[in-house]
Ligand binder design. Structure first.
Ligand code: HEM
Length: 398
């Protein structure tokens, strides 16, 4: 998928199928390298831990969509993943301070730890119901039966999508995440239309959910355009990431039976194991694209103004300069400090919810099916998305 431009190394089309080997190679050749994306865009790629962490807080590396629109042509913006069109692109993750600070303050007030804590019984209930389906099947794709429906149902509850609309919402979201770009674009439009109506309905009659809290904020509340962008971001950022966390964790345990035994005999390790799953094979390969507002440097390499920078969270998380057991899964080791949720101003807002969902999902799964195995005959295939890291399917037998 990526080609190195300054060495004969060609990472080739199989890059995504073996990304950790590719990042190990890149880490050894330097902290930052130029690569060509599949669309032929030249970008810098950062793969070492310290440089990745520094780049995530470098104010010269911008995410601001308005500045980007002024500097780049629409094609460049679209292939860099910055432009989805209109308000949908103007979300918090595509802004810099001080605009970012204002949006983040509002979501911080609404997405409280109380709201996350209160979701626990509901998440347990959703998990149990989905596991009934899995039990009835005996053999199934764990992603489509369990890992995929769980977080989208949770996001519906969080946003306050009424029960009768949740099936529609789930199928649009699945289409957006799993189908080709034309179908995905149509599904994104359907979701945006639905969210617009939902926001209007909550304005008319607020209830006890996150959208209503955003709407009724007294101090500097978001306008409708900002609300739509925020709701859409929560959905996009919170769905497939969580699917991949659950899927990648189940795979990692299947491939490391010693670690699975350790977790079975010491279930209290689960919270630290989740940090290790995030570090070892996290749901996100690369942080979203940044561009140089002005000339800067990364690990001593000059980065010219307007160049694009990709920060490899997956590469940084296996850097043995920071994590001595880098390439190995160790559920009893301290993985804190990993970059799977990003770092700095854009550090994931949903991290507490993602951790809670993963803890409930994995505990419920292995308690109910202690002998669950990944079907030996299955050939595992990683999905072809640049930023996200997750399997196409995960066939299991319970
Ligand atoms: C931002 C990872 C789940 C909402 C981010 C970023 C990362 C990340 C790496 C920063 C991206 C960047 O700087 O370019 C993850 C992972 C998840 C997860 C690994 C699951 C395991 C969630 C959930 C939600 C969520 C469940 C909400 C329902 C957000 C939002 C941002 C964000 C709103 C933007 C924050 C900002 O711009 O200030 N996430 N995320 N995420 N995430 Fe998550």
């Amino acid at each position: 998928m990526f080609r190195l431009t300054t060495t004969p190394h060609d990472l080739g089309p199989d890059f995504l199928q073996d990304q950790h080997r590719a990042f190990a190679l890149l880490r050894e050749t330097g902290p930052v390298r130029q690569i060509l994306t599949p669309q032929g865009q030249r970008m810098w790629m950062v793969t070492r831990y310290q440089e990745a962490r520094d780049a995530l807080t470098d104010p010269a590396l911008s995410k601001d969509i308005h500045t980007a629109r002024a500097r780049f042509d629409p094609y460049t913006l679209a292939v860099a993943g910055l432009e989805l069109g209109g308000a949908l692109s103007e979300h918090m993750l595509n802004t810099d301070p001080p605009e970012h600070t204002r949006l983040r303050r509002q979501i911080g007030r609404a997405f409280t730890s109380r709201r996350v804590r209160e979701l626990r019984p509901r998440i347990e209930q959703i998990a149990a119901t989905l596991l009934d389906d899995l039990a009835a099947l005996g053999e199934a794709d764990l992603l489509s039966v369990y890992a995929f429906p769980l977080p989208i149902t949770v996001i519906c509850e969080l946003l306050g999508v009424p029960k009768e609309d949740q099936d529609d919402f789930r199928s649009w979201s699945t289409a957006m995440a799993r189908l080709n770009s034309e179908q995905a674009g149509a599904a994104a439009m359907a979701i945006a239309g639905y969210l617009g109506q939902l926001i209007a309905a909550k304005r008319a009659a607020p209830s006890d959910d996150l959208l209503s809290d955003l709407i009724t904020a007294e101090d500097d509340p978001l306008n409708d355009r900002e609300m739509l962008a925020m709701a859409f971001l929560l959905l996009v950022a919170g769905h497939e990431t969580t699917v991949n966390l659950i899927g990648n964790a189940v795979l990692a345990l299947d491939q490391n039976p010693g670690q699975r035994d350790l977790l079975r005999t010491r279930p209290e390790l689960l919270p630290s194991a989740i940090e290790e799953f995030l570090r070892y094979d996290g749901p996100i390969t690369l942080a979203t694209v940044r561009f140089a507002l002005r000339a800067t440097e990364i690990g001593g390499t000059p980065i010219p103004e307007n160049d694009f920078v990709l920060i490899s969270l997956a590469g940084a998380n296996r850097d043995d300069r920071r994590f001595p057991h880098g390439e190995h899964l160790r559920v009893d080791q301290d993985a804190t400090g990993h970059l799977a949720f990003g770092h700095g101003a854009h550090h994931c807002v949903g991290a507490p919810l993602a951790r809670l969902e993963a803890e409930i999902a994995l505990r419920a799964l292995f308690t109910r099916f202690p002998h669950l195995t990944v079907s030996p005959a299955s050939t595992l295939h990683w999905r072809g998305a640049m930023l996200l890291h997750g399997l196409e399917t995960l066939p299991v037998r319970v």
